[in-house]
Design a protein around this ligand. Structure first.
Ligand SMILES: N[C@@H](CCC(=O)N[C@@H](CS)C(=O)NCC(=O)O)C(=O)O
Length: 231
């Protein structure tokens, strides 16, 4: 098989790419990277020394492609499918890319800061950084709440790379800093994302790894309620 994805099923940025692959039924091989395992991590870093996943390897074209948004752009260009996740129209594509950046930088990154702080040992935590991340997430949710009021997907009627970015970022954000009661439009959007077969599959595949989530008192009821509705 030509495409191999180096990833972990529980990772938000990896799920973003999995959604894109599932949307288009793109065939690919899976290589789960366990960054906790020194051998697996060292092997992965030989390919991409930055050490962050996902990374896509395309043997046919001799390309190694890191970065979730760039992987989805690459797939759209070289392995297009029924779902055009990056529009051809340049102005529309720029708006879609902006929305993708928004979910990555202002939802996913602060969510990860909140979650990752729980992995730190006592005395090494960063409460100020976590407060800043929560405040940034709150601001982002306020913007989304207004923007999503009249939309099915991030860009309107069509499902794009922005929704691939939004789905796991909002899913984990609602566990790290529950917002579904206060930001009801955004919660409704997250519900629609969770019912989309591509993301519902990611949620299912990530289930066996939930014990990795370091916020042990996280409330999974929203995730469970939607999952049972979707089933
Ligand atoms: N900008 C990157 C971010 C990737 C990223 O942060 N991946 C996380 C998992 S969700 C990771 O590899 N974390 C491991 C680490 O930082 O050591 C992308 O869009 O792919």
């Amino acid at each position: 098989m030509t495409l191999k994805l180096y990833f972990h099923p529980f990772s938000s940025f990896c799920q973003k790419v999995l959604i894109a692959l599932y949307e288009n039924d793109t065939p690919f091989e899976r290589e789960i990277v366990d960054l906790m395992d020194p051998a697996s991590a060292a092997n992965f870093k030989k390919m991409w020394p930055i050490g962050k996943f996902p990374v896509l390897r395309d043997e046919t074209r001799g390309q190694t492609v890191p970065e979730s948004s760039i992987i989805i752009e690459y797939l759209a260009e070289h392995y297009p499918g029924k779902s055009e996740l990056v529009p051809k129209d340049r102005d529309l594509a720029r708006e879609v890319r902006f929305s993708d950046r928004f979910f990555d930088l202002y939802v996913d990154v602060p969510m990860q800061k909140i979650v990752a702080d729980r992995f730190r040992p006592d005395g090494k935590r960063d409460p100020h950084g976590v407060e800043q991340a929560k405040s940034q997430l709150q601001t982002a949710l306020g913007i989304l709440e207004r923007k999503l009021a009249s939309k099915t997907w991030a860009m309107g009627d069509r499902f794009t790379v922005a929704d691939c970015a939004a789905a796991p970022a909002l899913f984990y954000a609602n566990l790290a800093m529950p917002f579904d009661k206060e930001y009801t439009q955004t919660a409704a959007y997250l519900r629609r994302l969770m019912q989309r077969p591509s993301f519902a599959r990611c949620i299912e595949e990530a289930k066996p790894y939930r014990h990795f989530f370091p916020i042990k008192d996280a409330d999974w009821s929203f995730a469970e309620a939607v999952a049972s509705f979707a089933a």
